[in-house]
Design a protein. Structure first.
Length: 89
C-alpha cells in the first residue's frame, strides 16, 4: 500500500470504527431490553445483581461489539479495495 493510499484509508478506518461502535451499542441495547428486565446491562460493582447476570451481560455485550465492528471494518476494507484496487493492509 502506498503512503498516499495509507493516508486516505486512515480517516476512513477511524470513521468506520466509530460507526461500528455506535451500531453495536444500539444493537446491544435492543437485544438486552428484550432479554432482560432492566434497560441497561448491570454494573459489575452493583452487588444487587447476581454474578451470572453481570457476566452474561458483559459477554453478550463483548460478542455483539466485536461482531458488528468486525463486519463494518471488513465491509469498509472491501469497499476501499473496490474503489482503489489496493489492499488496505
Amino acid at each position: 500500500m502506498s503512503t498516499v493510499s495509507k493516508a486516505m484509508y486512515k480517516p476512513l478506518s477511524i470513521a468506520t470504527s466509530v460507526l461500528g461502535g455506535v451500531v453495536a451499542g444500539a444493537a446491544f441495547g435492543q437485544i438486552w431490553k428484550r432479554v432482560s428486565d432492566e434497560p441497561d446491562v448491570p454494573d459489575p460493582k452493583d452487588l444487587r445483581h447476581g454474578t451470572t447476570e453481570v457476566l452474561v451481560g458483559a459477554a453478550v455485550q463483548g460478542l455483539i461489539f466485536g461482531l458488528v465492528r468486525a463486519a463494518i471494518d471488513r465491509a469498509a476494507a472491501r469497499g476501499y479495495k473496490a474503489v482503489t484496487h489496493e489492499d488496505p493492509t
